[in-house]
Design a protein around this ligand. Sequence first.
Ligand code: PLP
Ligand code: COI
Length: 365
Amino acid sequence: MGLGEAQVLSHIPNVNPVPASEREALLRDPAFGRVFTDHMVTIRFSEGRGWHEGWLGPQGELPLHPGALVLHYAQEIFEGMKAYRLPDDGVALFRPEANARRFRNSAVRLDMPPLPEDLFLESVRSLVRADRDWIPRAEGGALYLRPFMIATEAALGLKSSSDYLYAVVASPSVGYLKSDASAITLWASETYSRAAPGGTGEAKCGGNYAAGLAAHAEAVREGCRQVVFLDAAERRWVEEVGSMNVFFVFDDGSLLTPPLTGTILPGITRDSLITVAADLGLTVREEPYSIDQWYADALSGRLREVFGCGTAAVVTPIGRVRGRSFDFTVGDGQAGPVAERLKAALTDLQNGRRPDPYGWLDKVR
Ligand code: PLP
Ligand code: COI
């Protein structure tokens, strides 16, 4: 089956879905990314045929040749997005066209064929429609969707693949960085960088995360929750935090977030918070901020709050930062009022609890 302009995925319903009682038990407190729903989407690409064989079918394993290029040279990209349950029991995706665009940009950077954005949207909407019963009802509950694309051509010579598999899986989520404290502690790695100018920092590709794992392990060894990555050239400028963008809140009520200079993932939560904060009357600056300034502003009290944001992590307050030669606390080390206010504003929007003046909700019928 070829996929033309009017893209339609063929459906094969899962005839052995997880029984409702078992599903409800799984939804009570799913560990992030450990529980998967009944269905998945797969679409193939080959140079001769373009995008073809689009299916929504039972969730299962992927057949993969051991020589597939993704396994050797990491030609892979992914997205992370959520579907939310609305007060009227409807379901909505949040800004899915922004994920479709970023997925396209990531594909271009990894020399992969861009998936048409309407096909991306159709794939995630179809999966949400099929597995909407998997959205947890608990506060903070959502269906986390993971679209991804891998290079499937079997070839050990270094080249871009001629064949690809695009797939979407879904996983119920009620939280990512759960912790007993209201704010997390970061580790500022002096050993590792995440991304360098000209590299793949602004693409959402698996290789970026693989490159960050040793830094994350170092942070965990030091008793911290996430790494704060500094720029690779000067090891001075704050870029992002583990799997989140970062915001700083000052005593005059203004906010600052590092600018998108090519080495940082352009977060959709970051972009949404910039808009929401401005509409709440807060000033947001996109400016470079150094780790030394962070330390100085935390000590002087000029800096009141810091928080990370992302699809999985939502808004996560940051209370303390440690490195080889420093250890400082921001404010009282707890979640602050601005982070709480922005989190409430964002999640109320996502869950349809307040009007959506931006047209960000994509209702899935
Ligand atoms: N930065 C990194 C490295 C991430 O992995 C993520 C999560 O996707 C983000 C930032 C936040 O991006 P978004 O808000 O689009 O989820
Ligand atoms: C997301 O927030 O969607 C991410 O991709 C983070 C991931 C590492 C769980």
